[in-house]
Design a protein around this ligand. Structure first.
Ligand code: ATP
Ligand code: MG
Length: 771
């Protein structure tokens, strides 16, 4: 047996060694599904299958790169170079470039990101003079996106009275017209949005049998990871391409289906056996990733879902430590707890930052975590949110680059035609826009032909426009022979963008210049990598495509050692030794928006299952007692998901009577005391005493590590208070003292506040002003 096959267990080897036919591997988290795909590709190549004939679709491009690296080690890198591996979007963008002319697009079409698409939609809503509070552009964007992912074209929309009625019912009777105008504008700009990459691929394969035939013959072997999260559009592409040879292998876990809200259809996995002939079904049961405690706790969670395929997941790994549960007062405290815990664990076990991940339900939760990590000087990286490529200064430069590749790209043109300022004002732009619409041309073409058009634009403005067009054209000529780095470098210098920012001189201005340097470094790395790994020259067009389709994971290019922060959705498929799942509160996780139906709640539960199963060695679950939400401090309650885990796997970390330990957890910087902390959070029979009660040595350390924010608070003098006094607190406002208890350091007061009701405050922290 080839040595790499020995790195698989028997159940994993079976689907790897079945060379032909349709097969599905259904298995729980961490059981080696991704490994099976990787080794299967290596095996196919060892059996003489040409890498050109293998198509592998993954959830991120980074996952594809990692698989490629592993395969290179097994079969050699010159062969692995030719594999088609990547996300649906990146693979089909490549194919669409080859075939663009058939669909009436230029092969240098731009890929509009979400920001671009939403900006087009905003403009359409404005031009149609619709009420922007009724037609909310993000909602409209999502609606259009869902049409596209269900292959509902504009024409199909207008032929479907039900859809039109639904929009009329939700007070948006003109949705269809917006959809139509949006599609027309994108087409005129030579641009496809993300959903078009799938929709247009479907159109291409449906309308042109010879094209379908060509790609069916090329992709003799097709493999799909995370099949449970494919949407209808992706499903149809896979179905069409694999129809001829039916050599298709999909792997997935119905328990990890978490994208239904974006149209993912779990039936794709359930119906696979009906879609192909002689389907072999494989199951993997052994988890190699996590400890027994984590695997069993995750099993106990997913057991609560009614809609699921029955599966067994077990592990031969150690029991490992129990899952730590901790309740904190506020999100600030939660952040400090997580940061301290990472710091301690790292020191005690000689770990790197990269061994830790913090996972949350919503992006907004990252801020408290960031603050705490920064105070501790722990380097971290946030995935998702506003990405590097969407920052203003970066997008400005990218817009120049996009425009020189595709001069029709209207979103790019509008962004930079007067940046840096060139004296081309809004009135001029409006006139150009109207002319462009009138002639069915792009704004760029209108400017090129100004001399032949009768537009009310004066001589000096005409000159400025002409200079702009000439500058862009000179860049275009340069890009025909130079690589992406040379072009980007020239553009940055010649346009005067950096000089403009230097004038600024503020720290933000300096940061913007640094970002541009980082962009240029990134482009240089890209060019080198392309030349080395992919037999290509690293052209600007290739770079732009890479940027447009980079998923959030892919932006992780540097090797710096950092703690990873991301939403659970992004963490799919990844693994980390230590995982902190924060904000486990009712209405946050499960989300308040997902509690209307059982199926929504079950999707939230699957999301929790995904989160927990990312952990290899230890998982931590935290929740707070009150949290700011929509600008208000609201009481929070522990998530039902914590309750649902079998108690034997949990370790409730609740401060006991050791008051020295309390300030870290028991009071926030505003000095609020948590009364109920004095009892066990969730006293249960058989709950072992907390293994995490700090030893004297740890306490010594913790005292040293007390968050900086607490220090000044601690220094505040005790106020002389009496019952009935009127006081003011920086967060709760004015209040009346109801009762005073204790003495000295431990003196507390019960106060009835205007905002926030009755609070029990530890006076040495409370910073009260007596009125
Ligand atoms: P997920 O559902 O989270 O995507 P998965 O089923 O794809 O998980 P993998 O990521 O392929 O699981 O594997 C989980 C971990 O177990 C990886 O670190 C992998 O290298 C390791 N692993 C898988 N199979 C084996 C094996 N036979 N021997 C040793 N390690 C293994
Ligand atoms: Mg996987």
């Amino acid at each position: 047996m080839e040595s790499y096959l020995a790195e698989l267990n028997e159940a994993q080897r079976a689907p790897v060694l079945q060379k032909d036919g349709a097969m599905i591997v259904i298995a729980g988290a961490g059981s080696g599904k991704t490994r099976v795909l990787t080794y299967r590709i290596a095996y196919l190549m060892s059996q003489g299958v040409d890498p050109f004939n293998i198509l592998s679709l993954t959830f991120t491009n980074k996952a594809a790169r990692e698989m490629k690296n592993r395969i290179s080690k097994i079969v050699g890198s010159s062969e692995a170079k030719n594999l088609w591996m990547g996300t649906f979007h990146s693979i089909f963008a490549k194919i669409l470039r080859f075939e663009a002319d058939k669909l009436g697009y230029p092969s240098n079409f731009t890929i509009y990101d979400t920001q671009d698409s939403q900006s087009v939609i905003r403009a359409v809503i404005k031009d149609m003079r619709l009420d922007k509070d009724v037609y909310k552009y993000k909602q409209v964007y999502n609606r259009i996106s869902s049409f596209k992912n269900s292959l509902i074209t504009v024409k199909a929309y207008f032929q479907n009275p039900e859809l039109q009625e639904a929009d009329a019912m939700s007070k948006k009777p003109r949705m269809g017209e917006i959809y139509q105008a949006y599609v027309e504008r994108c087409f005129k700009a030579g641009a496809m949005d993300f959903d078009d990459l799938l929709l247009k691929t479907n159109e291409l394969l449906n309308r042109f049998p010879e094209v379908l035939h060509k790609y069916q013959s090329r992709f003799r072997y097709i493999l799909v990871d995370e099949y449970q999260d494919t949407n209808h559009s992706q499903y149809l592409i896979v179905k069409a391409l694999s129809d001829k040879f039916q050599n298709i292998c999909v792997v997935g876990d119905d328990a990890q289906s978490i994208y239904a809200f974006r149209g993912a259809n779990i039936n794709n996995i359930l119906n696979f056996q009906k879609d192909y002939e002689n389907v072999e079904m494989y199951r993997l049961e052994q988890n190699y990733r996590s400890t027994k405690n984590i695997v069993n706790a995750a099993n106990s969670i997913i057991d609560k879902n009614k809609t699921k395929l029955e599966k067994v997941v077990w592990t031969a790994n150690d029991d490992g430590p129990k899952i730590v549960v901790n309740r904190l007062l506020t999100d600030g405290e939660e952040g400090r707890f997580v940061a301290s815990s990472i710091f301690e664990t790292k020191m005690q076990n000689q770990l790197s930052n990269g061994d830790f991940a913090i996972l949350y339900r919503t992006n907004a939760q990252s801020r408290a975590m960031e603050d705490a990590l920064r105070k501790r000087d722990i380097p971290y990286r946030i995935y998702g949110g506003l990405s590097f490529y969407q920052r203003k200064e970066i997008k400005d430069i990218l817009s120049y680059l996009r425009l020189l590749i595709n001069p029709k790209d209207e979103e790019a043109l509008k962004r930079i035609i007067n940046f840096p300022a060139r004296g081309i004002g809004q009135t001029t732009m409006d006139r150009l826009s109207i002319a462009a619409n009138q002639y069915g041309k792009s704004i760029f073409e209108v400017i090129e032909n100004l001399d032949h058009l009768d537009l009310k634009i004066n001589k000096s403005t005409r000159n400025k426009l002409e200079n702009f067009v000439n500058m862009i054209k000179s860049f275009t000529i340069l890009s025909e022979n130079a690589d992406a780095f040379v072009v980007a470098d020239t553009v940055t210098k010649k346009t005067g963008l950096v000089q403009e920012m230097k004038k600024d001189g503020t720290p933000e201005g300096v940061a913007r210049i640094e970002n541009i340097e980082e962009l240029l470094n990134g482009i240089r790395d890209f060019v080198e990598e392309q030349k080395e790994l992919a037999d290509s020259s690293g052209s600007l067009a290739e770079f732009l495509e890479d940027v447009a389709l980079a998923t959030d994971m892919d932006k992780d290019t540097s090797d710096e050692d950092r703690v990873a922060l991301m939403t659970i959705h992004l963490a799919k498929g990844l693994e980390f030794p230590y995982v902190y799942i924060v904000g486990l509160e009712e209405d946050l996780f499960p989300s308040a928006m997902s509690m209307n139906t059982r199926s929504e709640l079950e999707e939230e539960r699957r999301l929790f299952y995904v989160a927990l199963t990312r952990a290899e060695t230890q998982a931590y679950l935290t929740y707070t007692q009150s949290r700011y939400r929509w600008g208000k401090l609201v009481d929070a309650e522990a998530s039902r998901f914590i309750e649902e885990i079998d108690d034997q796997f949990l370790d409730y970390l609740v401060p006991q009577d050791d008051y020295k330990y309390k300030p870290l957890i028991d009071t926030d910087i505003f000095g609020e005391v948590d009364k109920s902390k004095l009892r066990q959070t969730k006293p249960k029979k058989g709950t072992p005493p907390p293994a995490h009660k700090p030893t004297e040595q740890q306490l010594q350390k913790l005292r040293k590590l007390k968050p900086a924010a607490l220090e000044p608070a601690k220094a505040t003098k005790t106020v002389n208070l009496a019952e009935g006094n009127e006081v003011e607190h920086m967060r709760f406002g004015k209040g009346t003292v109801l009762k005073i208890e204790g003495a000295g350091q431990d003196q507390k007061a019960e106060i009835d506040f205007e905002h926030g009701g009755i609070k029990n405050l530890l006076l040495r922290f409370a910073k009260l002003k007596v009125l």
